[in-house]
Design a protein around this ligand. Sequence first.
Ligand SMILES: NC(=O)c1ccc[n+]([C@@H]2O[C@H](COP(=O)([O-])OP(=O)(O)OC[C@H]3O[C@@H](n4cnc5c(N)ncnc54)[C@H](OP(=O)(O)O)[C@@H]3O)[C@@H](O)[C@H]2O)c1
Length: 244
Amino acid sequence: MNSVLITGANRGLGLGMVKYLTKNDKAGNIFATCRNPSEELTKIAAENKKLHILRLDVTNIANIGEISAEVTKVVGTQGLNLLINNAGVTTKFTKLQLVKAEQLLENLTVNSIAPIMLTKSLLPLLKQAAEANSDKPMGAQRAAVINMSSILGSIAQNDQGGFYPYRCSKAALNAATKSMSIDLKKDQIIVTSMHPGWVKTDMGGKNAPLDVDTSVAGIFNVIEKLQESDSGKFLQYDGTELPW
Ligand SMILES: NC(=O)c1ccc[n+]([C@@H]2O[C@H](COP(=O)([O-])OP(=O)(O)OC[C@H]3O[C@@H](n4cnc5c(N)ncnc54)[C@H](OP(=O)(O)O)[C@@H]3O)[C@@H](O)[C@H]2O)c1
């Protein structure tokens, strides 16, 4: 891949993705966006000229437009191959009797609205990459969008209830994935929702069975193998297809 942009790249899975890409020399340019760069991310950037840290609160719609300009300065006419909408939030205490409108709004804003608006803003760059690599089949080498979802966003697999803000926001993100996959097919851009597994991060907690490195290696293994028929699917980090 020539270029990858990852949101929420200062910690958790996003930082794990940056580490994986830099360690394995998988991308020409990596754009790591975050609200505040962590010490670890800053250190990797200091040692790696391919890594560009861009400040972005994904809820700041005005700022989203500036990201496209920053990326263009680096990639020129080659566009952006891969956008990973990874930044996300979840809210505790979300039983029906306790859920608050503000929690629903915050989760929807970060987990559903922001990925849609960022994809919209970066679409010209994704199209440019798809065109610039028209000799290649559809896939991440050409142009792809990964929306980092969750199994908790699956309506079919919901047998526990609760988690209103998170479940609703990830189900909405999944709906956006499906629409984008249809709308962007003509532009040869793949759009897929992914579940990273239950992973040891601040969000996943220490009881999670998977470590970040295992999840991230699986995620990129899936991404590298993406083909046209995977667009509009919901895939787990190990490649298993999940029900909507
Ligand atoms: N861990 C799991 O078990 C699991 C399972 C299923 C799905 N996921 C999904 O995987 C993705 C990454 O999760 P994670 O486990 O790495 O979570 P995490 O450790 O809590 O990290 C969340 C990341 O999102 C960023 N973020 C949150 N709000 C933001 C905003 N308004 N603007 C910019 N960045 C923002 C955070 O940045 P700050 O440091 O600035 O807050 C942080 O970098 C999320 O979409 C999550 O829903 C995770």
